[in-house]
Design a protein around this ligand. Structure first.
Ligand SMILES: C[S@@+](CC[C@H](N)C(=O)[O-])C[C@H]1O[C@@H](n2cnc3c(N)ncnc32)[C@H](O)[C@@H]1O
Length: 228
């Protein structure tokens, strides 16, 4: 299947950090690593859509025993990830794959950790209903999911402010990358349905951004393991 965002992220890759700084200053940088130190030591991790690799770099340093698979569909983003980590002493712990995350094949072993930062907001509800359970099933039972993303505060001026930011952002990404998604999906609801329990949560930037650490429940309690 042709993914309309594929070439868009290639085009944006070189200037991605610049645009991020322009709009959010250091807020996304801080959010990416907010709960990183709370993740238990892992032997394996799958990182989805890490873009220019700043979280990947931090993860590599905080999890020195971890074998990491980094998947992104943008060749340019992966080039930047590889260039960023070219001198990192643990560089060989990473396997890079250029791939549409919606077309993942089975992995030989389940992962201890799944990571996504500002990635799930690229997808609309139908995509997430189909693929989020599949991505979570790459984890072993009891594995961890580290999630960082935008969210809509429930009410008041924070909600209004968030709506303005999110509308501007979706318009920008639609223009630059043909991003199909126009609205932020309520990830709380989806993740609750997917047999995860929340271990830690931190809201930032007037509740516009959240970082959360989840653990997958054992199979018998996990609805996602029962259906596609
Ligand atoms: C909004 S950027 C976020 C980048 C980074 N995680 C961050 O924290 O800034 C989304 C990233 O996901 C990648 N991406 C989007 N759709 C994808 C898909 N279907 N499969 C794999 N990667 C995808 C893009 O190429 C891009 O690198």
């Amino acid at each position: 299947m042709c993914n309309p965002t594929e070439h868009g992220y290639d085009r944006l890759a070189k200037h991605y950090h610049f645009f991020e700084k322009l709009m959010f200053g250091e807020n996304l940088t801080k959010a990416r690593v907010a709960l990183l130190d709370s993740i238990p030591a892992c032997c394996s991790a799958l990182v989805l859509g890490d873009g220019d690799g700043r979280l990947l770099e931090a993860l590599l340093s905080s999890q020195p025993e971890c074998q990491i698979t980094s998947i992104d569909q943008s060749e340019r983003m992966l080039d930047i990830q590889q260039a960023r980590l070219s001198n990192h002493p643990l560089r060989n712990n990473i396997t890079w794959r250029q791939q549409d995350a919606r077309e993942l094949q089975e992995f030989e072993q389940p992962f201890d950790l799944l990571v996504s930062a500002f990635f799930l907001d690229c997808f609309h509800l139908q995509d997430l209903e189909t693929h989020l359970p599949q991505w979570l099933r790459t984890l072993r039972p009891g594995g961890h999911f580290y999630f960082v993303d935008f969210q809509e505060p429930k009410a008041g001026w924070k909600r209004l402010r968030a709506k303005l930011y999110l509308t501007a952002m979706h318009q920008f990404f639609r223009w630059q990358t043909n991003l199909p998604n126009r609205n932020l999906v309520d990830m709380n609801r989806l993740l609750n349905q997917c047999g995860t329990e929340i271990l830690m949560s931190q809201n930032m930037n007037h509740d516009l951004i959240c970082a959360r650490l989840y653990r997958t429940l054992p199979k018998e309690e996990n609805q996602c393991s029962k259906s596609d």
